[in-house]
Design a binder for this molecule. Sequence first.
Ligand SMILES: Cc1cc2nc3c(=O)[nH]c(=O)nc-3n(C[C@H](O)[C@H](O)[C@H](O)COP(=O)(O)OP(=O)(O)OC[C@H]3O[C@@H](n4cnc5c(N)ncnc54)[C@H](O)[C@@H]3O)c2cc1C
Length: 444
Amino acid sequence: MDILSKYMVPHTKELGIDSEIINQILDLSVEMVERTNLMEKAKDFDREGPKLVDGWARLPKGNEDVYKAFGDAGLFGIFVPEEHGGHGLPYTIFTGFTEIVSRACASTGLGIAVHGSVIDIFLSFGNDEQKRKYLPDLATGKKIGSVCFSEPHAGSDLAGIKTQARYEDGYFILNGQKQWITNGGFSDIYVVLCKTDPDKGKKGFSQLIVEKGMEGFSVGRLEKKYGLEASPTAVLNFDEVRVPEENLLGVRGEGLKQTIIGLSGGERIGVAAWATGIAWTAYQEALEYSKERKAFGKSIREFPIIQRKLQKMERQLDMARYLYVKAAKIKDLGGPFTLEASICKLFATEAAVEITYQNQQIHGGNGISREYSAERHVRDVRTGTIGGGTSEIQQLIITRYIKDHQLKYKGVNGSYELWEDPRSKHTFEIPLGLIDWEFWGIKK
Ligand SMILES: Cc1cc2nc3c(=O)[nH]c(=O)nc-3n(C[C@H](O)[C@H](O)[C@H](O)COP(=O)(O)OP(=O)(O)OC[C@H]3O[C@@H](n4cnc5c(N)ncnc54)[C@H](O)[C@@H]3O)c2cc1C
């Protein structure tokens, strides 16, 4: 049974799902990762990287087959309602699938996490017709999705984007450029944030569904990156792209709000699951290597300082999993989950950076060698504290929330500080040391 079962099954009662089903999906995820040899192939995918072919991105040789195998096994449809071709299970289980894939290949795991956020956005904001049109193909992986908000001059500051669409005779005419788009050029469906009513400030943004093949939509380039080298990260150009008005996602003028909701939901919890997956593999490698490697006549694992590192890694992993599964469960229950999403994203990604670094350290010189995957994990995980909202932005969100909702500090329980919302009586758990309260001007 996969270790995730321990974290997910206790929540099954609240989600109304039989624990057997959770275990079946987790086992299927593990089985598909093994059957596709994803862990062994990840190294080659990293070296080969994606390419532009006829202007569109192709994944490294064999990587598209992995997507197809996962799609055929129904894993992309975990939380898509049955009426739209999925299994109608909680999103929480999809995060488990994301973690399991990311343990084997961070690039593929990120692609899947982002694809999941596109599904989540359609479920949250798509109308019936859009759900009918797009969800069945997203659920089977016949079509892959991308979320496009970042631009060359604006990432954290979403309202600073320049991409615009003017409305003309039933079409939004889209112009602009997006950068850093995961699955960019490989995806078929793109949710694009743009300004449709620039004179209306924050109420002037909308999300449009852009499809591969629409005239004027092209890939500018694929980024050469530090890590995640198998994941296509693209600059996308929109030059007078005629997007039919039925491709407006959600409400005109609400695009910024919808993007922020999408970010805290699918994206941040998904990234936390992704980072946990990479960190889990790094921890397993550290355990194995420290047992095998001898120095001064003994296994290096026998040195107290190495043991201390391993114990900390295990504790961090336990907390990262606990926090993202809990955030996903709150999302599934329909509760407000913004704070929990930011807490799990901040903790899991920062912890994963540290865990992969310590694995590399435990590997000594071999940690620097391309023969071992320790160095790849360090590179791959680095995007975690940047993409989907940086660690600094997560700290801002958390501390603003505490101030705005006047949360009350209730003391410490184990590794967590407890903060209570006086109105809802909901208690938030924040890992000890995650936030420098004094710096952020918060008195306990
Ligand atoms: C591999 C990869 C994949 C990505 N995938 C996608 C994707 O699929 N779709 C998409 O739209 N984007 C994607 N991104 C972009 C990502 O979301 C942005 O890089 C991120 O939001 C940060 O924006 P930025 O790069 O413009 O940095 P900036 O916003 O310029 O930030 C620079 C620095 O300033 C800090 N900073 C900014 N504002 C504040 C503030 N108010 N207070 C304190 N510090 C602040 C930041 O924390 C950061 O340290 C991806 C990025 C990478 C690297």
